[in-house]
Ligand binder design. Structure first.
Ligand code: ADP
Ligand code: ASP
Ligand code: MG
Length: 480
């Protein structure tokens, strides 16, 4: 059983939807297709939702018109009048729920996370309907399934955590019978249902995560992430045009890359695949014949394979003069982070100075808010908290290489040569990534410099030497 996931640009218009359908049908059955909203539609839905909360009817109408137009263009690509009519009916119904929810938001004058999740689910629901209809239009059985009946989550709207046991049960009841009757199941990415049954979402870019969650729930042989790049690249091609495809990476390496900003995979995507050893393949819908990248337990190792940066972070340090105060102070910090739902990306300790360094995801109110929350909690402990915003984590990913001191030295030498100030570093012998914290304004330059230092030289070494004249001659003789 194969799960294929298509991202927003891969289903951005009628032509791309047909190409996605063709790719899905080229894979052996049984197959589950997971689909995102068409590119730009989730942002337009959020725009409409915020406009409704402000009572800005013009803006709301513009955003809704854009959404309708995108879906209508895809509907018009369905040749069979029957399939077009059936899809139109469902899409209209989903869009009517959107209008009703926007009315509720407008009446309340505020956008709650519950309403926001119901509103953004429109994009995935319409696309799964349209892609299933397109597959049927091509003469194959297909059924759209809305995963706000399948993927069970907690009630954290906007970044819900899945309940894998309950999801497996739901998938067994609602997806397996469809697969057994020969249908291609086209499931919505991104969305699930909370304990009260309300629609939840797994966080922006969460359709990748939906694919591996469904893959694990259905014991898939492989999960394929079809996107707009030909695999995991050695850096984001938008900032490093010479980035090249990495053919194999391990689960650990992929998790580090995704965790530290490589948008090609949602940060939680790999986790469900690890337990069941399911290979995850990243492929391009624009170059479907390319082999892409395979993510698996053990991959070819011992070199830095990719460089990434994650911006918009907070670097917080906690200095505690008395050693015995360190544990209670640190535990209070962790508790506050948990209560505020702030993600901790990295923690390190300089024991001689009783100093803890935390790299944190952005938080509402930024440093002032964090500092006052922690200061209140540490009332009776002598501790000093300092906090800095607009920092970035720079990560050089590659098992084996990341844990050698030589790699860290090289990384620091390169950054020093580029006059990039290092605020903190983190290396452990078992890590799959070397981590350095820098000012976010230096991130693009740092990624380029590290890519040149760690990745490009291997390109040069790997390039075959220019043949000497004699061998050129023998080559041409052989060919001729
Ligand atoms: P989709 O809509 O298919 O989910 P995304 O836009 O979420 O696609 O992810 C693909 C994008 O991720 C690429 O267009 C690329 O700009 C970006 N990206 C960032 N880092 C990497 C990387 N290391 N390898 C490949 N793509 C990357
Ligand atoms: N449509 C959602 C988003 O834009 C989920 C996804 O694309 O994976 O975030
Ligand atoms: Mg994505």
């Amino acid at each position: 059983m194969i799960v294929l996931k298509f991202g927003g640009t891969s289903v951005g218009n009628a032509e791309r939807v047909r190409e996605a359908a063709r790719i899905a049908l080229s894979q052996p059955a049984p197959r589950v297709v997971v689909v995102s909203a068409a590119s730009g539609v989730t942002n337009a839905l959020l725009d409409a939702a915020r406009a409704a909360a402000r009572g800005d009817n013009t803006r709301r109408a513009e955003a809704v018109a854009l959404i309708h137009a995108r879906h209508e263009e895809i509907l018009d690509g369905i040749a069979s009048p029957l399939q077009r009519r059936l899809a139109w009916y469902v899409v209209t119904e989903v869009q009517n729920v959107l209008d009703a929810t926007l009315d509720e938001v407008e009446a309340a004058g505020e956008l709650t996370a519950v309403h926001s999740d119901r509103i953004v689910s429109t994009g995935e629901k319409c696309l799964s309907t349209l892609l299933a209809a397109t597959i049927r239009d091509m003469g194959h059985e297909a059924e759209a399934v809305f995963t706000d009946t399948i993927i069970a989550t907690d009630g954290r709207h906007g970044s819900a955590r899945p309940d894998r046991g309950q999801t497996r049960e739901q998938a067994e009841h609602l997806i397996v019978p469809l697969l057994e009757s020969g249908e291609t199941v086209v499931a919505t990415g991104f969305i699930g249902f909370g304990p009260d049954g309300a629609t939840t979402t797994l966080g922006r870019g969460g359709s990748d995560y939906s694919a591996t969650l469904l893959g694990a729930a259905l014991d898939a042989d492989e999960v394929q992430i079809w996107t707009d790049v030909p695999g995991v690249l050695s850096a984001d091609p938008r900032s490093v045009p010479s980035a090249r495809v990495v053919s194999e990476i391990s689960y650990d390496e992929a998790q580090e890359l995704a965790h530290f900003g490589a948008k090609v995979l949602h940060p939680r995507t790999i986790r469900p695949a690890v337990a069941l050893d399911i290979p995850v393949r990243i492929l391009s819908t624009f170059l479907p014949d390319q082999p892409g990248t395979v993510v698996m337990r053990q991959a070819d190792s011992s070199r830095i394979k990719a460089v990434t940066a994650l911006k918009g972070l907070i670097l917080m340090t906690l200095d505690v003069p008395e050693l015995e105060d360190l544990a209670p102070a640190a535990s209070a910090v962790f508790r506050i982070m948990h209560e505020q739902c702030v993600e901790i990306l990295s923690v390190s300790q300089a024991s001689s100075r009783r100093r803890m360094t935390y790299i944190l995801d952005a938080v509402t109110g930024g440093c002032p808010n964090l500092q006052s929350l922690i200061a209140a909690e540490l009332d009776d402990i002598d501790a000093e908290i300092s906090c800095r915003e607009e920092v970035a984590v720079l990560a050089a990913v590659g098992e084996g290489a990341a844990s050698t001191p030589a790699s860290l030295t090289r990384m620091l030498t390169v950054l020093n040569r580029e006059k990039i100030r290092v605020l903190s570093t983190n290396q452990q012998t078992t890590n799959a990534a070397l981590i350095t914290v820098i000012h976010e304004e230096d991130a693009a330059r740092a990624v380029q410099a590290l890519h040149t230092a760690f990745i490009r030289p291997e390109l040069t070494v790997a390039r075959p030497k220019r043949p000497r004249k004699a061998s050129l001659l023998s080559e041409s003789l052989r060919v001729g």
